[in-house]
Design a protein around this ligand. Structure first.
Ligand SMILES: [Cu+2]
Length: 185
C-alpha cells in the first residue's frame, strides 16, 4: 500500500521532466546574448568580431519574439536605430537591462533593424526579419550573406534536467515492477 503514492509521485515527476525537456527540441532560438566584457571599451574583443550582441546579425521570421539576455556584469540597453539617428529608440528601447536580466521585443514586420546600446555606443547589432532579398542599405557590417540561424537551435539540456529525467525513468521502472503483481482492473 505504501508503494502506490510513491510510484504515483515519481510517475508525475517523470511527466514533468518530459514536458520540461520536450519543448526544447526543434525550437528555433531567437535569443541574443549580450557578451561579457562588452561594456569594457570600444576596443573590447567582441567589438572587433562584431558580436557583443550574439548572434549578430540574427535572422528571424516575422512575428518572432527576440529575447536579449544580459550575460555581462554591467547594465546595457537594446535601443532601435543607430547612435546618430534622431529616431533612435522609437521602435524599441529596453532601458537599462541589468546583469542577468532580459528584454523582449516582437518583430511583426519584415525588414532590417539596427540597434545599439546607449551606454556603450560601440555595441551594435542587427535583426533581420524575413528573407534577406537584397543587401541591406543601412548595414553597418560587411556581412551580406546571413547564414540560416538554425545553428542556434540547440536543445537546452541542463544537467539538472538530465538527472531528473534519469531518476524519473528509473522510478517508473521500479513502479511498474512493483505493481505488476497486483491486479488492478
Ligand atoms: Cu552597453
Amino acid at each position: 500500500m505504501k508503494s502506490k503514492p510513491f510510484g504515483a509521485l515519481f510517475g508525475l515527476l517523470a511527466l514533468v521532466a518530459i514536458l520540461g525537456v520536450a519543448p526544447a527540441f526543434g525550437q528555433t532560438s531567437s535569443e541574443v546574448d549580450i557578451q561579457a566584457g562588452a561594456g569594457s571599451g570600444a576596443t573590447a574583443a567582441c567589438v572587433t568580431t562584431s558580436n557583443c550582441f550574439s548572434p549578430n546579425p540574427i535572422t528571424v521570421a516575422p512575428g518572432t519574439e527576440v529575447e536579449w539576455k544580459n550575460g555581462d556584469t554591467t547594465s546595457h540597453t537594446v535601443t532601435s536605430g543607430k547612435v546618430t539617428d534622431d529616431s533612435a529608440g522609437s521602435l524599441f528601447d529596453s532601458g537599462l537591462i541589468k546583469k542577468g536580466a532580459e528584454f523582449k521585443f516582437t518583430f511583426a514586420n519584415a525588414g532590417t533593424f539596427d540597434y545599439f546600446c546607449t551606454v556603450h555606443p560601440w555595441m551594435t547589432g542587427q535583426v533581420i526579419v524575413g528573407a534577406a532579398s537584397t543587401t541591406p542599405s543601412t548595414n553597418t557590417t560587411t556581412t551580406t550573406t546571413p547564414t540560416p540561424d538554425n545553428t542556434t537551435a540547440v536543445p537546452e539540456f541542463g544537467p539538472v534536467a538530465s538527472i531528473v529525467l534519469a531518476i524519473a525513468v528509473m522510478s517508473m521502472v521500479v513502479f511498474v515492477a512493483k505493481t505488476r503483481g497486483i491486479p488492478k482492473f
